[in-house]
Write a new protein. Structure first.
Length: 323
C-alpha cells in the first residue's frame, strides 16, 4: 500500500510545474513586446511640413522666374519684328528718293515726296492731260504701283533723252520737269492703239496737270508721281510715343497714322533723324547737298517701365541725287 501511494502521488507536482512555466513564459513575452511611441508622428509632421513648404516655395519662385524670362524674350522678339518692319517701311519710302525729294527735316521728322507710281505716258489727249499706263504682270512698272494717284500729287518728267548722253545722274535729276496733279481718274478706253495697252491688265490713268514751266509731257516718257509725305515722332492720345505717317492731299494734311511703336520719348532718342552730305557732315534743313539719311529708332522692351532696357535700330540710306 505504501508503494502504490507513493507511485500515484509523484506526477501531480510535475503538471503544476509545467503550467506555471507556461504562465511565466507568457508573462515574459507580454512584457518584452515593444509598445508604440506616443508623439513620434507629430514630431515627424512638424519636421516635414517646413521642408515641403520650402520646396514648394522654391518651385513657385523658379516658375515665376521662367515666366519673366519668357516674357522678356517674347518682348524682345516683338520689338525686333516691329523695328524690322519700320526699317522696311522707311527704306521703301526713302530708297527711291532723290535729294530733291526731301523738302525739309528736323531731328524728329522729315517731309519728302514719296513715290506713288511709275508709269509710261501712252497718250496726250488734251493740253495738260496725259494718259499713263503701267506694265504687264511681270513688268517692273507694275511693281512700282504703290497707290492710286490723286490731286495734290507731284508729276515728274525727264528731259529729252538726247540731252542726257554722258550726263551724271545728279544732272539728269536736276533737269527733270515737275508739275502738280490737279485731277485723276481711271480711263479703261485710253491708249487703245498703244502696244503697251495690250500687255497691261490695269486700266490706264488719265491725269490732269498744271502747266509746266518748260515743255510738256511727251508720249513714251517715263513718268513718276510722288506724294508729299511726313514721317514724324509724336505722342498719341494714349500717352505713348510713336513714329507716324501723314500725307498731303493738296490742301491739308491727313490724320497721322502710327506706323511703329510705342517708342521711347524723343528726348530719350525714340526717333532721331539726320541728313548728311557725301562726307557724312550733318546738314541743315532743305540743304541741296543732301546725300544720305541717317535714322535711329529706340523702343523699350517693356512699355511703361522707364527702367527697362530698350532695343534699337539704325537705318542709313543713300539718296539718288539732287535736283
Amino acid at each position: 500500500m505504501v508503494l502504490v501511494s507513493s507511485h500515484l502521488s509523484t506526477p501531480l507536482p510535475a503538471k503544476r510545474s509545467q503550467h506555471a512555466n507556461a504562465k511565466a513564459v507568457a508573462h515574459v513575452n507580454a512584457h518584452s513586446t515593444p509598445r508604440p511611441r506616443r508623439g513620434s508622428a507629430l514630431l515627424e509632421l512638424l519636421v516635414a511640413l517646413p521642408l515641403a513648404l520650402l520646396i514648394s516655395g522654391l518651385a513657385v519662385q523658379l516658375f515665376v522666374v521662367q515666366l519673366r524670362v519668357a516674357a522678356r524674350v517674347q518682348g524682345k522678339l516683338h520689338n525686333q519684328r516691329e523695328l524690322e518692319h519700320s526699317a522696311m517701311v522707311l527704306a521703301s519710302e526713302l530708297r527711291g528718293a532723290s535729294a530733291g525729294a526731301l523738302e525739309s527735316w528736323t531731328d524728329s521728322s522729315v517731309v519728302l515726296h514719296s513715290t506713288v507710281m511709275v508709269a509710261v505716258a501712252c497718250a496726250t489727249p488734251a493740253a495738260h492731260v496725259v494718259d499713263l499706263i503701267l506694265g504687264g504682270p511681270s513688268d517692273a512698272l507694275r511693281a512700282a504701283y504703290f497707290a492710286a494717284p490723286r490731286a495734290g500729287d507731284m508729276l515728274a518728267a525727264p528731259v529729252a533723252d538726247t540731252s542726257n548722253a554722258g550726263v551724271p545722274l545728279i544732272a539728269i535729276n536736276s533737269s527733270s520737269r515737275y508739275t502738280t496733279v490737279t485731277n485723276t481718274q481711271p480711263e479703261p478706253s485710253a491708249c487703245a492703239a498703244s502696244p503697251l495697252r495690250a500687255s497691261s491688265a490695269i486700266a490706264p490713268w488719265r491725269v490732269s496737270i498744271s502747266p509746266m514751266a518748260s515743255g510738256s509731257v511727251a508720249v513714251g516718257e517715263l513718268i513718276t508721281i510722288s506724294r508729299r509725305t511726313e514721317w514724324r515722332a509724336y505722342r498719341a492720345a494714349d500717352g505713348d510715343h510713336y513714329l507716324g505717317k501723314r500725307e498731303w492731299n493738296g490742301s491739308t494734311w491727313s490724320i497721322t497714322q502710327p506706323a511703329v511703336g510705342p517708342l521711347l520719348p524723343n528726348d530719350q532718342g525714340g526717333f532721331q533723324l539726320s541728313v548728311m552730305s557725301a562726307n557724312g557732315t550733318a546738314l541743315a534743313a532743305t540743304d541741296t547737298a543732301a546725300r544720305m539719311v541717317h535714322l535711329v529708332l529706340r523702343m523699350p522692351r517693356r512699355p511703361h517701365n522707364p527702367a527697362a532696357p530698350y532695343d534699337s535700330l539704325l537705318v542709313q540710306l543713300a539718296l539718288r541725287g539732287g535736283r
